[in-house]
Every structure is written in structure tokens, then in C-alpha cells.
Design a protein around this ligand. Structure first.
Ligand code: FAD
Length: 493
């Protein structure tokens, strides 16, 4: 194996981002404001168009971009949702244009400013990739696999990455070309950002450099997703753009129908805790029919499928507590799923990645020495050394709310292992009451959706006017309406 050292030609700072998925593209967008050059590396051959790829297997599954995520992306890339819309992705009023069933209770619809974009994950990635590639100083390089980090002799600072350049010369099939495919390279950088996703190897790389691994919090949820795309007809969903129902104790099944580009719906059926949606037509229809939202079964039974169903498992939510480490090398960050990978049922990952990107932008902007001013040479030690500490602390605050929503809700299921504090039990019982009252009170539906969409913090649901409405609304409903959950139907084949 040949080892080359590639030093950045840039006279000021350069940054390297590992992973060209959502987290990496958003980090690159922000870094391009401060660094002269930003190189984004991915081990996949990045597609030219909106296509699913191996390194992002979840890309074939339905992806919801929450309202806060849409707003953050529009802030980072002005006009992004309009561009997605121009490519056929509908803009959806999440309260007015979607059938919501929470704990079996049908939420009263009302027009709202909570707007989401309905698009496939490959379309979003394609549009973001094109936007990032067009930024001055940004280069996307693929396929290259990052193998590890390089550091200063005292290991206090990361100086770059070791990568395996697996680019091929398809015209040349000789032995020398085959050897050239496996050239190992060192790419130096003033800042390296790990955006390689939930499989991030940073804990191992840190250990190799003599640092402790971060503590990991894990919540086992054993989710199985099955997504299939169907042709959208005007009569489906009574003309609305989506339908959704959550998993509840006794029936750990969920379903979503979401309008997307090309006049289609994506339907995702999911099961938690080992419950698995089938992938045959009849089984999928039976599974969909067992859900509280009848509209989902209607689409699965009557709409024309546009391809086969795709199954994917997600075993465990994982949060890595880098903010608690007492030692961390300078010139290095971890973002997005590498920091926290959420139970996908709540659709939070991309939005949290976008909020972290906004945080990084704020931090880079607030400290002139953390950017491309040439003051942070590979052996330098100055204000930029603090970036990791400030970023991980801020990111922990960004993650706290969505993590508490996801884990707190998962803890409703007796099988999920975790600490059920009195607060968790109280909030779950209270939110169930809120769903009961939201059947008739659109103010409560709006309050819930704002929290679910990460627009408001979860504590907003405990504001006195909301509590009063919950009490009034849930007490005025018949006891039968407030039963906690439907019972589990016979397992579908
Ligand atoms: C089934 C499922 C459904 C989901 N649904 C939603 C949803 O509805 N809404 C939502 O917001 N989020 C959803 N998510 C989460 C969302 O996909 C992620 O949060 C989002 O992709 C951000 O992840 P990321 O960029 O950190 O990593 P990833 O998207 O996993 O990408 C990591 C990238 O790094 C590259 N890479 C990895 N290792 C290396 C290496 N050593 N060298 C070079 N490149 C490397 C990979 O090829 C890949 O491109 C879902 C996740 C799953 C599993």
C-alpha cells in the first residue's frame, strides 16, 4: 500500500468532513462560511441524481422533515423548500392537511403555520448535495473511505484524516490500476468533522489516541420499518396530504402516509419491540387495517404500488455524551447521528442535524479565531481549541428536548428498559389526556404539533392555559373515549 500526504493548498484554514449525508452536507454548508476550503468525503460513489445509496440504507425509508427542520434548512439554504416544491415535493400544512390519530384519538384539524415538505430522502439529499457542491471552496470527494485520524505528536490536536482512496479507472483493468485503487492518503485539516452517522468510529479512534470513549446511553426499541411508494389519487385520504398514527402500549404498531414528489405517497408501516410489518400485499393490508387511522389501510389496499416494499431494522437509540468528556482533542467535532441516533418513529434525526448546524454556525461566528483566519495551524493552540467543548455543550441542549420526547414516549412500553421517573410517568399520562382533549380542541392539537415538530420545547405543554384546556377537555369526554390503548389484534401473517 502506498501512503501519500496531501496537504491543503489553502493559505488559511481548511476543514474536512467525513460523510456526505445530511449531517455532513449541513456541516459543510456552515464551515464554508469560515474555512477557505472544505472537503467532504464519502465512501459511497455519490449519485448524480436523486438515488438511494448503500451508505445511507435508511434513504429508502419514508423520511419526514419536521417543521423546525424545514425552517432551519431554509435558513441555511435560502429558498430550499421552494426548490423542493418546484421539483414536485408538496408543501403540507401539518395540522390542516394531515389525518392525525394519537393514542387512537383523532385530532381535530385546523389550518396552521406548521409547514412541512413532503419529499423522498434521496430527493432532499440530491438538492442539498447540489447546493453544497456549488459553494465556493467546497469539494465533494467520493468514493473515499476514512480509516482514522492523524494527530500532533502530543495528540492534543487532530491534524487530518487517513483515507483509502478507492476511486477506479474503469478504462484500465491492469494490475497497476487495481493497486492504484487502494492508495492510502493523509489529508491534513485544521478542523475535522465526523458526520459518518450512527456507525461513527470516533469512540474507537479516540481510544487509539489515548482518550476515553464517551459514555453511551442506549434505549433498545427494536423497530422494523417497511416503506412502499404508491401512486397518489385525488380521492385518497379524502384529498389530504398525509395520515399518521402512533404506536401505543398493547399495539406497538405505527403507520404514516406522506405525499411526496412525482405524485406519489410513501407509506411506512412500522412495529416496535419485535413487532414486524409484513412485506406481502395481503399482510401489509392486514397490518395497515389494524391501525387506528383507516386512511392508511385504504391507500395500501387500493393505490397502485410503484415498486417493492423495503424493510429496515433499527434496534437501538444511541446518545453519545461527548459533552461529559474531560479530555477531547482540539480540531475535531462529531455531529448528527454520530452524536445521537433517535428512534426514527419520531422523525427527528435530520431536524436535529440542521439545528446542530445552526449552532455550529453561531459558534464559529462568535469566535473569530475558530475560522479561516490562518491562526489555527496544525500545531496551533488558541481559541479554536474550545470549539469542541462549546459545540458539544450546545448540541447536548439541542438534543435534550427531542431525546426526552423519544425516550420518554418509548418508556410507555413496559418492555423498554429505562428509568421511569415520576416525571416521565406523569408526562406520559398527561400527554395521553391531551390527545383525548385534542379531539375537540384545536389549540391543544397545535400545541402538541409545535412540540413534536421541535418548534417549541416540551415544557410548553405544561403552560397553565394548556393544562387548563387539557383538564377541561379530557374530563368532559366519556370514560370510553379515554381508554389508554386499543388491544393488540391477531398478528398478521
Ligand atoms: C429507518 C429510518 C427512518 C428515518 N426516518 C427519519 C425521518 O423521518 N426524519 C428524520 O429527520 N430522520 C429520520 N431518520 C434519521 C436520519 O436518516 C438521520 O438522522 C440523517 O440521515 C442524519 O444522519 P447523518 O448524516 O449523521 O448520517 P447518515 O445519514 O447515516 O450518513 C453517514 C454518511 O457517512 C458516510 N460514511 C460512513 N462512514 C464513512 C467513512 N469511514 N468514510 C467515508 N464516509 C463514511 C456514509 O456513506 C454516509 O453517506 C431515519 C433513520 C432511519 C434508520
Amino acid at each position: 500500500m502506498i501512503v501519500l500526504t496531501m496537504t491543503s493548498m489553502s493559505s488559511a484554514g481548511n476543514a474536512v468532513v467525513v460523510g456526505a449525508s445530511i449531517g455532513g452536507l449541513l456541516a459543510a454548508r456552515v464551515l464554508s462560511d469560515r474555512y477557505d476550503s472544505v472537503v467532504v468525503l464519502d465512501r459511497d460513489e455519490l449519485p448524480e441524481d436523486a438515488a438511494a445509496r448503500r451508505g445511507v440504507p435508511q434513504g429508502r425509508q419514508l423520511h419526514v422533515l419536521l417543521s423546525a427542520g424545514k425552517d432551519a434548512l431554509d435558513e441555511l439554504f435560502p429558498g430550499l423548500s421552494a426548490e423542493l416544491n418546484a421539483r414536485g415535493a408538496p408543501l403540507v400544512d401539518l395540522h390542516g392537511d394531515v389525518h392525525w390519530y394519537n393514542d387512537g384519538q383523532r385530532m381535530l384539524r385546523a389550518p396552521s403555520p406548521l409547514i412541512a415538505v413532503g419529499m423522498s430522502r434521496p430527493l432532499l439529499e440530491d438538492v442539498l448535495r447540489a447546493r453544497v457542491a456549488a459553494l465556493p471552496g467546497v469539494q465533494l470527494r467520493s468514493p473515499v473511505e476514512v480509516l482514522g485520524l492523524t494527530a500532533t505528536a502530543d495528540r492534543s490536536r487532530i491534524t487530518g484524516v487517513r483515507l483509502l482512496n478507492s476511486s477506479t479507472n474503469s478504462a484500465d483493468t491492469s494490475d497497476s490500476a487495481a493497486r492504484a485503487e487502494r492508495v492510502e492518503e493523509i489529508l491534513t485539516a485544521d478542523l475535522v468533522v465526523d458526520a459518518s452517522g450512527r456507525g461513527s468510529r470516533t469512540p474507537i479512534w479516540l481510544e487509539e489516541l489515548g482518550y476515553p470513549r464517551p459514555a453511551e446511553e442506549q434505549v433498545r426499541v427494536d423497530v422494523t420499518y417497511v416503506t412502499r411508494v404508491y401512486r397518489r389519487e385525488p380521492h385518497h385520504l379524502e384529498g389530504l396530504s398525509g395520515a399518521l398514527t402512533n404506536a401505543v402500549p398493547g399495539l406497538p404498531r405505527a403507520g404514516i402516509v406522506a405525499a411526496q414528489e412525482d405524485g406519489c405517497y410513501a407509506v411506512a408501516l412500522s412495529g416496535m419491540l419485535g413487532e414486524e410489518p409484513p412485506t406481502d400485499d395481503e399482510g401489509m393490508a392486514a397490518f395497515a387495517d389494524s391501525l387506528a387511522a383507516p386512511q392508511i389501510g385504504e391507500v395500501v389496499r387500493t393505490a397502485e404500488a410503484q415498486g417493492p416494499p423495503v424493510k429496515m431494522r433499527f434496534p437501538v437509540s444511541t446518545r453519545r455524551r461527548y459533552e461529559r468528556l474531560s479530555r477531547f482533542p482540539a480540531g475535531y467535532l462529531v455531529v448528527a447521528d454520530g452524536l445521537c441516533s433517535f428512534n426514527p418513529i419520531y422523525g427527528q434525526g435530520m431536524t436535529v442535524a440542521a439545528l446542530e448546524a445552526l449552532l455550529l454556525r453561531r459558534l464559529l461566528g462568535s469566535n473569530g479565531s475558530t475560522g479561516s483566519n490562518g491562526s489555527t495551524g496544525s500545531n496551533g493552540s488558541n481559541g479554536s481549541d474550545d470549539l469542541a467543548r462549546r459545540f458539544f455543550r450546545g448540541a447536548a441542549k439541542v438534543i435534550d428536548g427531542p431525546w426526552s420526547i423519544a425516550v420518554g414516549t418509548d418508556l410507555r412500553f413496559a418492555e423498554v428498559i429505562g428509568r421511569r421517573t415520576p416525571k416521565v410517568r406523569f408526562v406520559n399520562a398527561y400527554v395521553h389526556r391531551l390527545h383525548v382533549a385534542a379531539v375537540a380542541d384545536p389549540v391543544l392539537g397545535a400545541a402538541f404539533l409545535r412540540v413534536l415538530n421541535l418548534v417549541d420545547p416540551p415544557t410548553r405543554l405544561l403552560a397553565p392555559p394548556i393544562v387548563l384546556r387539557v383538564l377541561r377537555g379530557s374530563l368532559s369526554r366519556r370514560p370510553a373515549d379515554t381508554s389508554p390503548a386499543p388491544s393488540r389484534p391477531a398478528r398478521s401473517p
